[in-house]
Design a protein. Structure first.
Length: 76
């Protein structure tokens, strides 16, 4: 029995990444790096692209606070 197509494809990606001189980057790692808006009450992280209405909804529904209380560093 052989490795299968999935294993061959993964090996090829690794070889190509090594050849290009960079490491393969997963979507999860890049998504975690994008989260830099943090609620100061519950420490939940939000993406950089999150708009004010979503942050306002979080602060009202979860904490009954204003957006300025939960996200003091947020700039619209």
């Amino acid at each position: 029995m052989g490795g299968g197509n999935g294993a061959k494809a993964a090996q090829k990606r690794e070889r190509n990444a090594a050849k290009a001189g960079k490491t393969a980057n997963s979507t999860l790692k890049s998504n975690e790096a994008q989260k830099n808006i943090i609620c100061q009450t519950c420490r939940q992280a939000f993406f950089v692209t999150t708009r004010a209405p979503a942050l306002e909804e979080h602060s009202q529904n979860k904490h009954s606070k204003t957006i300025a209380e939960c996200f003091p560093d947020f700039k619209a």
